[in-house]
Design a protein around this ligand. Sequence first.
Ligand code: NAD
Ligand code: 2HG
Length: 528
Amino acid sequence: MVYKVLISDPLSEDGIQPLREAEGIDVTIDTGLTPDQLATKIAEFDALLVRSQTKVTRDIITNAKNLKIIGRAGVGVDNIDLDAATEHGIIVVNAPDGNTNSAAEHTIAMLMSLARKIPQAFYALKHQKWDRKSHVGVELKNKTLGVIGLGRIGAEVATRAKGQRMNVIAYDPFITAEKADKMGIDYGTVEDVVRQADFITVHTPLLKETKHLINKEAFDKMKNGVQIINCARGGIIDEDALYEAILNKKVAGAALDVFEEEPAVNHKLLELPEVIATPHLGASTVEAQENVAIDVSEDVVRFLTVGLARNPVNLPSVPREVMKMIEPYFHLSEKLGTFLSYLTKDVIEEINIYYSGDLREVQIAPLTRNTIKGLLKRHLGEHVNDVNASYLAEKKGITVNEHKSSSTKGFTNLLTVEVKTSKSTRKVAGTLLNGLGARIVQVDSYSVDVVPEGHLVFIHHKDQPGAIGRVGSLLAERDINIATMQVGRSDVGGDAIMMLTIDRLLEQDELDQLTKLTDIYGVTSIEL
Ligand SMILES: NC(=O)c1ccc[n+]([C@@H]2O[C@H](COP(=O)([O-])OP(=O)(O)OC[C@H]3O[C@@H](n4cnc5c(N)ncnc54)[C@H](O)[C@@H]3O)[C@@H](O)[C@H]2O)c1
Ligand SMILES: O=C(O)CC[C@@H](O)C(=O)O
């Protein structure tokens, strides 16, 4: 199997080495596609890697019949329709850490350039003007920097601003006053920040809640002569309100790396001498571009080969250490889900997943999603994956409950999946045996020991002499080799099960003949 990866924005060649070196991955670089060309071309690809230029719209995603993963070499994913990706079962991953340092350094560079009017002075000098009077700046020392959004970049900027002997006041809904205190900065509401700061820098994502967070009302509350920096996303600051605030002298200067519409050429803000700007260069360093390309390439390889991603955006993130711990159970969880999907004939109402022993210590959400994927895939089709599995289950009205249980039945780890329909409750449990791999160890109330691979036959029968022999004879007559066989019963002469691993898939007529044998209640052919 060869996975086809399309890179549609310029990425660092060194950074995409993990893709180039991976076996079974074929890389195409085409950075000149129009949206229409991309919408056509995307159909043949399994993965798409972008920076911020390519707009991955619903249209493109709808045409992406084979697409499994979209990798964003950077932080912001506002150029990708996440809802459309999730609905189509496409995972979106980003590279959240790789450009933090560069973006923070760029913000500080903008802050200093703004304070000392360096770009304006340079521009004048380039135009043969030795003008010292117009370019008198202000010191940063003892000024207050207001930071809105104290995440990765905001926190780095705050720390560096303290190095310039600035006072820092920050607002972030997910940061406590105690945490800010530990960083040696003040904490306040947006209003506190806006009222107290001499310089304001924003470092939030662009969300419904942050769109035009800095608007006319906010400018009205600011100190006269305040200076504004945006190296996060265009749209967090209302550009029309900023333009007015500069014209009426409320704002003395603004440094912008990002704009509501990009590329921003002929922008009215750029005509104002108080405005300095760069064309979205926050992450444009050799180091950042290499870092983000490596991170996202590694995640694409990991996802295409083992089905796990470290930085999913439309899934909760799975840290590296967590991933290491859960990877062995990943395969088992899907197999148990798939196994039960064969035994469950009616509409599923509830799924209970019990994590016992060592599994109590790991992050279980990815395993839960994978189990649901196994359960739903056979009925809903190949497009079900761990990105959309929970969403599809919810849409189908299925309640999913996760339990951490102390009952291990003597195993060091035990994963039990129970499915309730209006008519029945079915259960399967599996474990990872040290050095031996995955095993199914329980089906309903019966103990078994079966490798969850290949062609299985699950037979429910009456515990009577001859029942097992009749099954064996029929399969022998059809030249079907039995690789393993397990039997279990509730009580003598009562209900019993047989679990067979056979060397090939049963034909329908063979299944019918098995079902008609004396004392056989039901036969299910299972492909794992
Ligand atoms: N200019 C560039 O080239 C460049 C480079 C990298 C990142 N970015 C952008 O910088 C921004 C920050 O990136 P990051 O890596 O620090 O992200 P992050 O997720 O680490 O931090 C964002 C912070 O914003 C906070 N936040 C969310 N809503 C808020 C609100 N209403 N008010 C205040 N805070 C709020 C979050 O709690 C979070 O702590 C993003 O928009 C990202 O796209 C730009
Ligand atoms: O691709 C870029 O250079 C921009 C990256 C930056 O905006 C981000 O959100 O990571």
